[in-house]
Each structure stands twice: as structure tokens, then as C-alpha cells.
Design a protein around this ligand. Structure first.
Ligand code: MLT
Length: 252
């Protein structure tokens, strides 16, 4: 049976209600969704995405000392008083294992919260690309690929990941219903650019999100986030409790 697939190049370009009954995949490859994938792969118990800094502080204060980590950024930099910033490499096994991460970023966590009405909300990055494609192939219903963008503007780095997912679904033989123009645009971006690591890195470095990170002296994060299939997990946001955990794992 053929399935509709839509790429939304920004969270503001769809009404949340249209995601109902569908599967949403949220992408903020530089860096929120890459960091979520890395943290859960390192054994973090769960991630709680928050739209606002005060909300994150309040939620983390409810945990016993040491059980939660406050992580995230504003303007690309670690927020004052927070334990971690938004660099995926910070979230190492020895530091995050079995801990809850209360997390807020400028665009990524807001995009995740806007996608909450979907039947399932998955989290994608280059780091877990094949795992996400496999999870989507196994699902039924409409697929909504949601790009976080940067400060309300479309970004090439998220569009590239979206286009890569569309292409991989096609290669897997998924029978698409009508691709809309944004979806075709994202797919063309993937098809017309050099598809190896160096090509991805070059595009990331010149994209809106990449240029912001270079300004912050965080070029090494771009190199980390451009790597494909480092981790085989799919994070999932569960609307019932607002936590992101590894899909298919039972709650500890
Ligand atoms: C975001 O959510 O806006 C990004 O992850 C920004 C960043 O990485 O600095």
C-alpha cells in the first residue's frame, strides 16, 4: 500500500493537528537530535525536552541530587548554571549513565514539543540514520519528517538529513503517495550533493546551523554530527510522560 511522506522544512509550516495518526520524525542535526541520540546511546535513562530554560530548571529541581543533569544551550553556548551544553561528545557513558537529562535548546526541543500530537515521535540524526529508516519502514501510516530549522529559518543541514531519509525509504521500496514540493526539494538536495562524509561535512559547515557553531568555536561538533550510522538506536518521545527513551525498550 502506498504511504504519504511529507517533509516539513520548519515546525511553523504545519499545524500540529495534521500529525495525528501519523509518525513524526524530528531532525535538528546541529545539534539537538544528534545530542539526544548520543546521550541515550551512552546509557542515559531518558531525556526530558523543555522549551524554556526556567521550565528545565524547575523540572530538574524535583529530582534527588545527582539523578538529573541539566543540559542545553542558548546562542549555541552552555546555559549559565547548567551541567552540560549541547555538544554530543559531552554526553559520555561515564557521565550520563542511568541519569535523566533535562534538556532545552533553542530550536530542537521546541520542534519536538510541536510534534507531540503524532501517534509516534521519533528522533533522527545522521548518527542513527539507518535505524530510523528501518523503524519508519516497519511502521504504517503517514510519515511526517519535521526539520527544526534555526531561529524560524530553513536550514540546509536539517533538509539534507530529511532528503537522505526520503531517499533511503525509496531505496527500501517504500511505495510513496504524491511527494509534495518540500519533500521533493529535500530529496533533490540529497541527490545533487556529494553523498560521502566529506560532502556532508562541507554542506554542514556552510549551512545556517553550521556557521553559528563555527562562530561559537564548536567546529568539532559539526564533524561529530556529520558521521553516519554510529549508533543503532531510535529515540522516541512518549507524549504520555514527556520523556524521550530508546524506542522498544521498557521503562526502567
Ligand atoms: C538548537 O536546538 O537550536 C540547536 O541544537 C542549536 C545548537 O546546537 O546550538
Amino acid at each position: 500500500m502506498s504511504r504519504p511522506v511529507f517533509v516539513h522544512l520548519l515546525p511553523s509550516l504545519f499545524e500540529p493537528e495534521i500529525l495525528q495518526d501519523g509518525v513524526a520524525v524530528v531532525i535538528d542535526v546541529l545539534r539537538a537530535t544528534s545530542t539526544i541520540v548520543a546521550a541515550l546511546n551512552s546509557g542515559a535513562k531518558c531525556i526530558i525536552p523543555c522549551g524554556e530554560v526556567d521550565e528545565a530548571r524547575q523540572i530538574s529541581s524535583r529530582f534527588p541530587t545527582g539523578a538529573a543533569i541539566l543540559g542545553g544551550e542558548r546562542g549555541g553556548m552552555r546555559i549559565s548554571g547548567f551541567d552540560f551544553g549541547n555538544s554530543p561528545a559531552e554526553y559520555e557513558a561515564g557521565r550520563v549513565n542511568e541519569r535523566t537529562i533535562v534538556f532545552t535548546t533553542t530550536n530542537g526541543t521546541r520542534a519536538l514539543n510541536r510534534a507531540r500530537l503524532a501517534r509516534r515521535v521519533l528522533v533522527a540524526a545522521m548518527l542513527n540514520l539507518s535505524a530510523v529508516v528501518a523503524a519508519l519502514s516497519a511502521e504504517s501510516g503517514t510519515i511526517h519528517i519535521v526539520c527544526a530549522g534555526t531561529d524560524g529559518r530553513v536550514t540546509l543541514e536539517d533538509a539534507l538529513v530529511a532528503g537522505t531519509i526520503v531517499h533511503c525509504l525509496e531505496v527500501k521500496g517504500l511505495d510513496f503517495d504524491l511527494l509534495d514540493d518540500s519533500t521533493r526539494l529535500a530529496r533533490s538536495l540529497y541527490l545533487t550533493q556529494s553523498q560521502d562524509y566529506d560532502g556532508t561535512l562541507a554542506l554542514f559547515r556552510t549551512s545556517r546551523g553550521g556557521l553559528n557553531l563555527i562562530d561559537c568555536g564548536l567546529d568539532s561538533d559539526i564533524a561529530f554530527c556529520a558521521r553516519v550510522d554510529q549508533f543503532a538506536i531510535v529515540p522516541e518521545l512518549f507524549a504520555s510522560d514527556g520523556e524521550i527513551r530508546v524506542a522498544g525498550q521498557t521503562r526502567a
